[in-house]
Design a binder for this molecule. Structure first.
Ligand SMILES: [Zn+2]
Length: 465
């Protein structure tokens, strides 16, 4: 979820928030946006307000000055990935892990993908139900990666769900291939661990949930580059490129993008305040209502991301999964939020800070995912789309293949030309918009130059020789 900055100082203009942010350790990026005059003005205004607060209250307001550090008794550091690799190595018959690296203009990123498939990759015939889940797309949402670890521990049978026997669990899992991305934004996560607790973007300041091509780059009135920088173009970021290749090659039936900041079960769309039409939408709603009833005590918000969260989000992963990859069930889950936390106390706002809540969140949401594993195939079987037993359309392939140009080969190998075409159309549409914009600008400059030269000539003509 996007960070909603509260007005700590109601008398400040918006440019003053830059100065306040500087105090909170978030300043350098915003500093450049502000003129030196407004910085000086705001600095003195801030000093004035600070002195006023101390004089009036006799003490500092704890909400303004305090923030909660990461509790390493509850949370792993980024060594969580090492723990997950060790878990996978202990269960080679069920789990495997691939790490994909990608580089762009000197910026390198890597994403590890854990695959659960009970009988191993060789025996997979493409008839299984495919689920792709991503965690940790935003650096500051540490709880989501902890949930990934919990789900993988249950899949490997090192941990157990309270109300499910191993036999019934296995009968559900037999039919599934599950790919889990435990920490999509490793570089952003490292920034958070280094002390930038409000950072949600990747290692070079791009929001990985605004870098996808569906309605990319559109900015709302409350656009804040600290929160939502979409990058220089759709898929400009290595992380998003890796995730796109993974999604297109795996071709999942269910996609879940796991976040924190509130408690909600979102379906498309994020970039408009409506849900898609038709039977698949009805099935998505049924599944979310069941999860809400069983695991969220009916207090999770359900609906389209754009219609329910309070703002529209453009260029999101879930909209791309639904619109372009044609994932019939595409969701964004928000698994925890603390509205009482102050706006600069990001760790507390996005993550449970006591053991009881930490365990409750992990227990409730891991159970929610196993409900999806159980109910999702049944509901989608009723729709019939994408469930094609024995079809080689859905063959499980290594994502390494993609790095060798698998994406384009796939169009001829599987006859899924439309999908690749649609990927292209989304990007062409964006470039066409940019082209139109630059053409208008050029025309404007050209006309301005002509009218200027005309007026100059008149002036010269009026001067007596
Ligand atoms: Zn998020």
């Amino acid at each position: 979820m996007k960070h909603r900055t509260e007005a700590c100082f109601s008398s400040f203009s918006s440019s003053c928030f830059s100065t306040v942010s500087l105090v909170m350790g978030r300043g350098p990026r915003l500093l450049s946006l502000t003129s030196s005059f407004s910085i000086s003005f705001c600095f003195f205004a801030f000093l004035q307000d600070a002195v006023f607060l101390v004089v009036v209250n006799g003490n500092n307001n704890p909400n303004l000055m305090s923030w909660t550090p990461i509790d390493h008794d509850l949370y792993h550091s980024s060594n969580l990935m090492e723990q997950i690799k060790a878990l996978v190595q202990r269960h080679p018959g069920k789990l495997n892990i691939e790490t994909v690296k990608s580089r762009n203009k000197g910026y390198q990123a890597e994403i590890s993908v854990v695959t659960y498939c009970r009988e191993g990759r060789e025996s997979d015939d493409g008839s299984k139900f495919r689920i792709l889940i991503s965690f940790g797309q935003h650096g500051r949402e540490l709880i989501t990666s902890e949930l990934a670890f919990r789900i993988l521990s249950i899949l490997s049978e090192e941990q157990f769900l309270p109300n499910m026997s191993p036999a019934s669990l296995n009968s559900i899992l037999d039919k599934l291939v599950i790919k889990v991305v435990p920490m999509e934004n490793l570089n952003g996560r490292k920034l958070v661990e280094a002390g930038d607790l409000c950072e949600r973007r990747n290692g070079r300041g791009v929001d990985l949930n605004r870098n996808w091509s569906v309605d990319w780059g559109k900015k709302e009135k409350d656009y804040d580059p600290y929160e939502e920088n979409p990058g220089t173009a759709p898929f400009s970021e290595p992380e998003t490129q890796i995730m796109r290749k993974l999604a297109v090659s795996f071709d999942p039936h269910v996609w879940v993008n796991v976040h924190s900041g509130m408690e909600a079960l979102f379906m498309p769309y994020d970039h408009k305040n409506t849900t898609p039409y038709g039977l698949p939408t009805h099935q998505m709603k049924l599944l979310l209502e069941e999860v809400n009833h069983l695991h969220c005590q009916k207090h999770c918000v359900i609906g389209s991301g754009g219609g329910s969260v309070g703002y529209l989000a453009h260029g999101t992963a879930t909209d791309f999964m639904y619109d372009v990859v044609k994932v019939p069930m595409a969701f964004t889950f928000e698994i925890y939020g603390n509205r009482a936390a102050s706006s600069n106390d990001c760790f507390k706002m996005f993550n449970p800070t006591d053991l009881t809540t930490f365990n409750r969140v992990l227990n409730d949401w891991s159970a929610a995912f196993f409900t999806i594993f159980k109910v999702g195939p049944r509901l989608l079987g009723e729709v019939g789309s994408k469930v094609l037993p024995g079809s080689n359309l859905a063959k499980w392939v290594s994502i390494d293949d993609y790095l060798d140009g698998y994406l384009m080969e796939r169009s001829s190998r599987y006859g899924k030309k439309m999908e690749v075409l649609e990927l292209g159309i989304q990007e062409i549409r964006t470039y066409f918009r940019l082209f139109l914009l630059s053409s208008v600008l050029l025309m404007f400059m050209f006309c301005a130059r002509i009218s200027k030269s005309k007026s100059n000539r008149q002036v010269i003509a009026s001067i007596p020789i």
